[in-house]
Write a protein that binds this ligand. Structure first.
Ligand code: CP
Length: 325
């Protein structure tokens, strides 16, 4: 493992499988009456959020607390960032307080890379989503969810997603989730197809390690997992499709479309969902939709990443005395 986690593309197959297997171990902590390990006692982790978040921010905090780390939460809103303070000065202020890891979400693509490689701080840097670039822990929790559902919980240990067919649908252009998933799923041996209107695909898509289609209906019967993406209006400065109704008609997932998927296939969504736009309430609330499971799995994945980056050399649970003893 590298010292930082900036991009899913930086992970080898062995790195990724180690994180997935460690997350399986970590998930057992959630089944205990006291959901805590002493692993990161005495270590300090700061959650540095310059962009809004519900799932990622809360699940990193839950993961850090389950590992007994000291947690500092920083939100740009209400901080001296609003007075013009730079990323460098903010980071060095935190460094002066002695942090061991920085979890950063930023609207600018490349901000976590800059933080990790600038020499401003010594702490490990974990990218919690940067602009339209990367969201590596999201891709890891998605892979974890697919492995559990499509390979099997215990049978999955040590395994990747070789041959699994994953369809990612919607606003690929603005999606760090799509980029991270294509990188990681390719590393894990899955076959990815992106489905989107031509206006919501990035320039250079032909170089990505995946297929591209404009026809959702013909792709669904060949999918083991279908991942729906939110249309990111907050990142749009132009009209990318005629109307929301037209978009939903061609690229939304409703009950009739879901019926075209193989029986074993799952529906995924990284959240937040816009019900009625990319996914109907019927699909979002169906047993085939893993959106809530993905959130729960996110805590295990983030525990595994923190444990491995902050020096976990021993098996995560077997050699670790638990708090409940
Ligand atoms: N999936 C995800 O990143 O959600 P949040 O923006 O709520 O963190």
């Amino acid at each position: 493992m590298q010292r930082h986690l900036i991009s899913a593309a930086d992970l080898t197959r062995d790195d990724a499988v180690l994180i997935l297997d460690t997350a399986e171990e970590m998930s057992r902590v959630a089944d205990r009456p006291i959901k805590k390990l002493p692993t990161l006692r005495g270590r300090t982790v700061v959650n540095l959020f310059f962009e809004d978040s519900t799932r990622t921010r809360i699940s990193f905090e839950a993961a850090e607390k389950r590992l007994s780390a000291d947690v500092i939460n920083f939100s740009a809103k209400g901080s001296s960032v609003s007075k013009g303070e730079s990323l460098k000065d903010t980071a060095q202020t935190l460094e002066a307080m002695g942090v061991d890891a920085v979890v950063i979400r930023h609207g600018a693509s490349g901000a976590p890379y800059r933080l990790a490689n600038s020499g401003w701080i010594d702490a490990a840097v974990i990218n919690a989503g940067d602009g339209t670039h990367q969201h590596p822990t999201q891709a890891l929790l998605d892979a974890f969810t697919m492995r559990r559902r499509l390979v099997g919980r215990d049978a999955g240990l040590g395994h990747d997603l070789a041959g699994k067919r994953v369809t990612i649908v919607g606003d690929v252009l603005h999606s760090r989730v799509a980029r991270s998933n294509v990188d990681l799923l390719h590393t894990l041996g899955a076959e990815v197809t992106l489905v989107a209107p031509p206006t919501l695909l990035p320039v250079g898509i032909g170089t990505w390690p995946c297929e591209v289609s404009y026809d959702l209906d013909s792709t669904l019967p060949k999918s083991d997992a279908v991942m729906m993406l939110r249309v990111q209006r907050e990142r749009m400065n132009a009209a990318f499709f005629p109307t929301e109704r037209e978009y939903s008609r061609r690229y939304g997932l409703d009950g009739d479309r879901m019926a075209k998927m193989p029986e074993h296939a799952i529906v995924m969504h990284p959240g937040p969902m816009v019900r009625g736009m990319e996914i109907t309430a019927q699909v979002a609330d169906s047993e085939r939709c893993t959106a809530i499971e993905q959130v729960a799995n996110g805590v295990s994945i983030r525990m595994a990443v923190l444990y491995l980056l902050l020096g976990g050399n021993e098996p995560a649970l077997t050699n670790t005395r638990t708090e409940e003893k």
